[in-house]
Design a protein around this ligand. Structure first.
Ligand SMILES: C[S@@+](CC[C@H](N)C(=O)[O-])C[C@H]1O[C@@H](n2cnc3c(N)ncnc32)[C@H](O)[C@@H]1O
Length: 267
């Protein structure tokens, strides 16, 4: 995790948005942000899938949807999408990124934390190439699926030979959400540039944090859909504790409405 950076960059979040795959670690957002939680399973399903998190509290999922198919949300309907430690679990990341692009309003924010391959259990794996991601977008993820599970069984779980094959089959049968793909900050930036060029996902990079401490295992990107003019960071005018109390008071809803109308005027 990179706690300080997560909080510092969350200042970009305001209005109505979603967090996809929050699980037991929802992002703390500023008082002006209202979050709907989305996941591919309901809480019962998530608890079965992640038995190791039995003692954790999960974010309340209210929309069951895959990140690659967000048809529950209309085009240009959201002020932000949060996707922390999600993209590496997606078989076709370009499809998911295209969905994030579609549902964001102009000037809307995509906030993504991603594990840095160099400092996680993915160390022993080869970085995902751009060509591989493009191929999965073109031909679908099925052809590579088994190979991803075998790579995980061998290079993350340390199995060899027949044991690796059997382990890969078990994970595949459960469709366990392994890290299908792995990045470093640099390889992700290469991917980001290629996405802009080849898929027209013309996100602008407005915030970034690299791992800063030996305990950090992630890098964070804050991307904006282009809107009118340069997307500037919202500037908090009140200290966070006062803003939080204001947001929770009866004044909170009218203040949020006024901010939303102002934002619509800006976009
Ligand atoms: C490693 S957890 C991330 C938890 C938390 N966001 C964090 O930063 O630590 C991955 C989350 O993504 C969800 N997920 C995996 N594949 C998904 C998909 N295709 N669509 C939506 N959510 C997915 C998982 O159910 C889980 O909630």
């Amino acid at each position: 995790m990179a706690g300080d950076s997560r909080e510092r960059l969350a200042v970009w979040l305001e209005g109505d948005g979603v967090e996809i795959g929050a699980l037991h670690h929802p992002l703390a957002v500023p008082p002006g942000a209202h979050v709907t939680y989305v996941d591919w399973l309901d809480e019962k399903g998530l608890r079965e899938h992640y038995p190791e998190l039995a003692s954790e509290t999960f974010a309340p999922v209210s929309v069951i949807a895959s990140a690659e198919d967000l048809r529950a949300f209309a085009d240009a309907s959201l002020d932000f999408v949060i996707a922390n430690h999600l993209l590496e679990h997606i078989e076709d990341p370009i499809r998911a990124l295209s969905e994030f692009w579609r549902v964001l309003k102009p000037a809307g924010i995509l906030y993504m934390a991603l594990p840095d391959r160099r400092v996680t259990f993915d160390q022993g794996r080869q970085p995902t190439t751009i060509e591989h991601l493009f191929e999965e977008r073109r031909n679908g993820p099925e052809a590579n699926r088994r190979a991803h599970y075998l790579d995980w069984a061998t290079n993350v779980d340390g199995k060899q030979g027949d044991e690796a094959e059997a382990h890969a089959d078990r994970l595949l049968a459960k469709r366990y959400r392994i890290h299908y793909h792995v990045w470093t900050p640099d390889s992700f930036l290469d991917f980001f540039v290629a996405l802009r060029r080849e898929f027209g996902l013309d996100f602008q990079l407005v915030g970034y944090a690299a791992p800063q401490r030996s305990t950090d295992n992630e890098f964070i990107l804050v991307l904006a859909r282009p809107g009118a003019g340069v997307r500037l960071a919202p500037s908090p005018t009140l200290p966070p504790n006062v803003r939080r109390r204001l947001a929770q008071s009866p004044l909170g809803p009218p203040v949020r409405l006024a901010k939303r109308l102002l934002r619509q005027g800006r976009n």
